[in-house]
Design a protein around this ligand. Structure first.
Ligand code: FAD
Length: 459
């Protein structure tokens, strides 16, 4: 008899797991708390004249050289990819910085930029000693023995003569949009070369984005089992009864399944499962999310009010920059994604499409204010420990887990792969051709991160 699998959470991890399981012949039922699939990869519909235009809102781009499995998915679904120039504009009380080597702020920090380059070269050398050479096009391979895993980047930078003013004025405003937090002092030094290869501090870069909005990805993935996708279903209880699971939602509806894949946040898992074990309590009760440490990215305003940008640079910001960060006198940071400068399909619609986090000013032309509980988990030693212990729970009593708290950092490719690994552990084959060695190596590495050696089926 076909096994029935319930998947809780309709972000890329849950939809990835359900998609892979359905292809492999499993009966899947997918439950999403919100009104649409996508999780953080939200699609927003803007009013444009008499019509509308869809755009991504939060998850906007990815480093193409590393997202091997996610790009295989888009290829399989026939979703086009565009290349997007990525550049940052930082406004400080003392002037602005925009990666062009020209501004007064950049001149002021010139000696520290030189030290920064030395620091990057140093960490790269150390990492090279520990990392196999053939793993350099992967974000996910690391050595447990590399001392750079334990040394915070901030403190190493200070040792190299880099000031905390440089950290707060240059590093944090540029990288807060990647880490979704301004609290980055515990980020380990090991990731510096990776960061520089994705978002170099001193020059603009390029990333991939969808031709269109992310909704099409979720629609195409779920089209073959659309009747089994339940949005507006918040799962509040998961109970084991006579060898089956009985899954209940906030409105009292119940469903049955043989296995459950949790692809939601750790708090929701802990609240839903009946009589959690001590290990489940320990791991799900302690996972740390960015809003636990820093509320900067916990709520945002979707709007078209360009008066939030300094008048002198307004036109340029609107056309050339993807991210605008503004630091005030007390060091608080407001961050705006300039969506209409990013996505080629909406660039010329004539409507400024802006998403402002931690807004400090009165914003007009508001389309929507959104709270984002548990946007993603933080890269902390505590979370890395939780992640590495999750292997002792994976698959136990028919319950599987994927999504951000099972991965080393927040990232669309990581979450997608975690869903594939959960599906693979249940029995679904790897869904792509094995001709792409980088994608296969990443998937195998994800299995090593998530599963006990006895349950891994490396390709
Ligand atoms: C502001 C922001 C910007 C980002 N930008 C990028 C980017 O540009 N590129 C990139 O690669 N990554 C980016 N990320 C990271 C990326 O969003 C994540 O890594 C990935 O999309 C997370 O997918 P997920 O499925 O693990 O979790 P989520 O997307 O969080 O999905 C979890 C889903 O579970 C649902 N859920 C929760 N509880 C329940 C319940 N009880 N019952 C049913 N459903 C439930 C939630 O509603 C949600 O839809 C960004 C993250 C944020 C917050």
């Amino acid at each position: 008899m076909t096994e029935k699998v319930a998947v809780v959470g309709g972000g890329i991890a849950g939809v990835g797991a359900a998609w892979s399981l359905h292809r492999a012949g499993y009966e899947v039922e997918l439950f999403e708390k919100g009104p649409a699939l996508g999780g953080n990869a939200k699609t927003f519909r803007w009013t444009v004249g008499d019509g509308h235009a869809d755009s991504p809102l939060l998850v906007v781009a990815w480093p193409q050289m590393y997202y091997h499995n996610y790009e295989s998915l888009l290829d399989e679904l026939g979703v086009g990819i565009e290349t997007l120039p990525i550049s940052y504009f930082v406004q400080t009380p003392d002037g602005h910085f925009c990666q062009d080597g020209q501004t007064a702020v950049q001149q002021r920090f010139a000696p520290e930029f030189r030290r920064w380059r030395k620091l990057v070269a140093f960490v790269t050398k150390v990492n090279d000693v520990f990392l196999p050479k053939n793993k350099h096009d992967s974000m996910y391979h690391f050595s447990y023995f590399n001392p750079m895993n334990l040394i915070p980047l901030y403190w190493l930078a200070r040792l190299f003569g880099i000031s905390s003013a440089f950290w707060d004025t240059i590093f944090v405003p540029i990288h807060c949009a990647s880490f979704i937090t301004t609290s980055m002092r515990s980020v380990p030094a090991v990731i510096l070369p990776l960061l520089e290869s994705i978002v170099p501090l001193e020059e603009p870069t390029q990333m991939g984005t969808w031709e269109g909005a992310p909704r099409q990805v979720f629609d195409r993935m779920t089209a073959p089992f659309a009747d089994k996708v339940h949005t507006d279903h918040e799962i509040t209880s998961v109970k084991r009864r006579n060898g089956h699971f009985v899954i209940g939602d906030a409105q009292g509806r119940t469903y049955e399944a043989d296995r459950v894949v949790f692809a939601c946040d750790a708090t929701s898992v802990l609240n839903a499962i009946e009589s959690p074990s001590w290990l489940q309590r320990l791991l799900f009760g302690n996972a740390q999310y960015v809003d636990d440490v820093d509320p900067t990215f916990a709520r945002f305003v979707v709007h078209s009010d360009t008066s939030i940008f300094p008048e002198k640079h307004r036109e340029r910001i609107l056309s050339d920059f993807n991210t605008y960060s503004e630091i005030d006198e007390v060091g608080a940071l407001e961050c705006t994604f300039v969506i209409s400068a990013q996505n080629p399909s909406i660039k010329d619609k004539g409507v400024p499409m802006l998403v402002t986090f931690n807004s400090k000013k009165a914003i007009g032309k508001v389309q929507k204010r959104i709270e984002l509980p548990h946007p993603t988990h933080t890269m902390s030693l505590r979370n890395l420990l939780i992640m590495s212990m999750m292997r002792f729970l994976q698959g136990k009593d028919g319950m599987h887990y994927c999504g951000t708290f099972t991965t080393p950092e927040g990232g669309h490719d990581l979450s997608f792969m975690s869903g594939l690994v959960a599906a693979h552990e249940i029995g679904a084959p790897y869904p792509f051709s094995q001709d792409n060695p980088s994608a296969v190596a990443d998937f195998n590495q994800m299995q090593r991160i998530m599963l006990k050696s006895g349950t891994r089926r490396l390709l």
